[in-house]
Design a protein around this ligand. Structure first.
Ligand code: GA4
Length: 332
């Protein structure tokens, strides 16, 4: 098990492989096949011609950078007391994980909480909250479109089986803006400075996403890496015009293990700030997570016991970032 650490990591293999790119403007059946193949082989893919208006993306990015460029004393006003939402700096979760990252976390399905939080974030709270809401709605629609194509290709008759969970008004989806400031040579300890290592540090440690589907957009700065094999990292080439989509733990369970929720991490760099904006589409707390009968066959019997998202979330927050929680729900 590898836990989040802010220190440089040396003895690892970095493999330059490109993720599959799915053009959403192609014919539906073609797109659906490409998506399912990518989810089986990589758990990750990029989408182009995704239909999310560029001005909505640009406004969200501008609002995010606007906040992160504020003095620390002002950013601290957005720290929430007893919940994961609001501003956070270096601390990830509640169990001692740290990284070279600062972030804003929003309850994506609760417009009221977004408006409340915006008061501590921006001098123009109504503009900020409508920017967050417009972005969230646009990426949620994209997530639903992708989830419906997946269900179709998997042969599930109710093609809204996955998407209805995140369309539900009680969905527990979150939006996260992660800001990775550049780590300069002066920030590194002497022993790191003398090495030929490129001074990259762990921004957000190795983990899998607990939810159904993640829709991630980053600026043109590298940092995201995925791991298809222990200790082997594949860097994802940044492209601000595409979205990077990945399977979460719940979708791995709901496809009875056909899709993989793949571990990934974010590294910092020494030259430019990186900002990623991730929408994590999640079910409502009371939703029962179980694979539809169509993906359970005699050759592929059901792998997980049914559980609620509330149970899964509780397990997630009781463990460290890098720990595997999906195994706790596997049938013996
Ligand atoms: C990883 C994916 C999302 O960023 C997140 C994270 C959450 C948090 O930062 O509050 C967690 C992490 C994430 C998984 C394990 C737990 C919970 C931090 C942590 C140590 C918002 C999420 O849903 O799970």
């Amino acid at each position: 098990m590898v836990l989040a650490s802010p220190n440089p990591i040396r003895s690892e293999k970095i493999l330059p492989i490109e993720l599959p790119i799915v053009d959403l403007s192609l014919e539906k059946p073609v797109v659906a096949k490409l998506i399912v193949k990518a989810c089986e082989e990589f758990g990750f893919f990029k989408v182009i011609n995704h239909g999310v208006p560029q001005d909505i993306i640009a406004s969200m990015e501008e609002a995010g950078f606007g906040f992160f460029s504020k003095p620390m004393a002002q950013k601290r006003e957005a720290i929430a007391a007893n919940n994961p939402f609001g501003y956070g700096c270096k601390n990830i979760g509640f169990n001692g994980d740290v990284g070279e990252v600062e972030y804003l976390l929003f309850n994506a399905s609760n417009p009221l909480s977004i408006s409340q939080m915006s008061k501590d974030i921006s001098n123009d709270p109504s503009k900020f909250s409508s920017t967050v809401r417009a972005y969230t709605e646009a990426v949620r629609e994209l997530a639903c479109e992708i989830l419906e194509l997946m269900a179709e290709e998997l042969g599930v008759p109710d093609t809204s089986v996955f998407s209805k969970l995140i369309r539900n008004l009680d969905s527990d989806s979150v939006l996260r803006l992660n800001h990775y400031p550049p780590i300069t040579i002066r920030d590194c300890k002497d022993r790191d400075r003398s090495s030929s290592y490129n001074h990259s540090k762990v921004g957000f440690g190795e983990h899998s996403d607990p939810q159904i589907l993640t829709i991630l957009r980053s600026n043109d700065v590298p940092g995201l890496q995925i791991s298809l094999q222990d200790g082997v990292w594949i860097p994802v080439t940044p492209d601000p015009f595409t979205f990077c989509v990945n399977v979460g733990d719940v979708l791995e369970v709901m496809t009875n293990g056909r899709f993989s929720s793949v571990r990934h991490r974010a590294m910092t760099n020494s030259s430019k700030p990186r900002m990623s904006m991730a929408y994590f589409g999640a079910p409502p707390l009371h939703a029962c997570i179980v694979a539809p009968p169509d993906v359970v066959t005699p050759q592929r019997p059901s792998l997980y016991r049914p559980f609620t998202w509330a149970e899964y979330k509780k397990a997630t927050y009781s463990l460290r970032l890098g720990e595997t929680r999906i195994g706790l729900f596997r049938k013996c």
